[in-house]
Write a protein that binds this ligand. Structure first.
Ligand SMILES: [Zn+2]
Length: 230
């Protein structure tokens, strides 16, 4: 079995690549998971698209309030350990938009798909609080639609964010994939930038299809991360 603790202790620069599975232990459901909440109802891929926001902003507003925002959620032990480790030697590149890595105190975080709690008016770019967004998705002063600063289906990844993520991956000597099956592009493509000599490891309940040189730590991420230290 791969010794994750030893790899962390010996590494100089660790890059965590994370996804929804990290936040499910904080009570945030994975809207993409098989048999998940929306399998038989409205497709999240459309609800969360630039097209839905442009054509049916009321529907978009209701959908994200009902399904995406979990203001009561607290960081769990995976967030805590990643924050402690990455603050000393590394970076977290996450697909999650829930802000829980920063809430856990992580300072080196790249939010690949943005952050739900950064809300702004599309017309004038004024920012709004979650409480204000709950009241209305229209900026009364100019009639602009208020939206979360997340990457919707149909929208490109912010160029600077993508470049920062590539930098983090390409300068790491240990890459730890956790809470994601690496099926959603372009995030999944980041692994291609891992240096040849770097160690790759994935922590996941089910075995993943990984490059041949990658190590698999199969198990519940909470139990795997609980004993980890610098
Ligand atoms: Zn405005």
């Amino acid at each position: 079995m791969f010794d994750l603790q030893r790899a962390i202790s010996e590494a100089d620069n660790i890059c965590f690549l994370t996804g929804a599975g990290v936040s499910t232990a904080s009570g945030i459901p994975d809207y993409r998971s098989k048999g998940g909440l929306y399998a038989d109802s409205e497709k999240p891929e459309y609800a969360l698209s630039d097209d839905n926001l442009a054509r049916h902003h009321e529907n978009f507003h209701q959908w994200v309030l009902a399904n995406m925002f979990h203001p009561e959620a607290k960081p769990n032990v995976i967030h805590d350990k990643m924050a402690a480790i990455s603050n000393v030697k590394g970076t977290i590149v996450t697909q999650n938009v829930d802000g829980l890595d920063r809430a856990a105190g992580a300072e080196h975080v790249i939010e690949f798909h943005g952050n739900l709690y950064r809300l702004y008016c599309q017309k004038c770019h004024q920012t709004f609080s979650y409480d204000q967004y709950q009241q209305s998705d229209i900026h009364a002063a100019d009639g602009g639609v208020i939206r979360p600063d997340i990457v919707l289906y149909g929208e490109p990844i912010n160029q600077q964010v993508a470049e920062a993520a590539v930098d983090a991956v390409s300068s790491a000597d240990l890459l730890i994939v956790v809470g994601t099956s690496l099926v959603v592009y372009p995030f999944a493509g980041l692994l291609r930038y891992a240096p040849m000599g770097a160690t790759l490891v994935a922590v996941n309940k089910e075995a993943l299809e990984l490059p041949p040189r990658a190590h698999m730590v199969q198990g519940d991420a909470v139990s795997v991360f609980e004993p980890l230290h610098l």
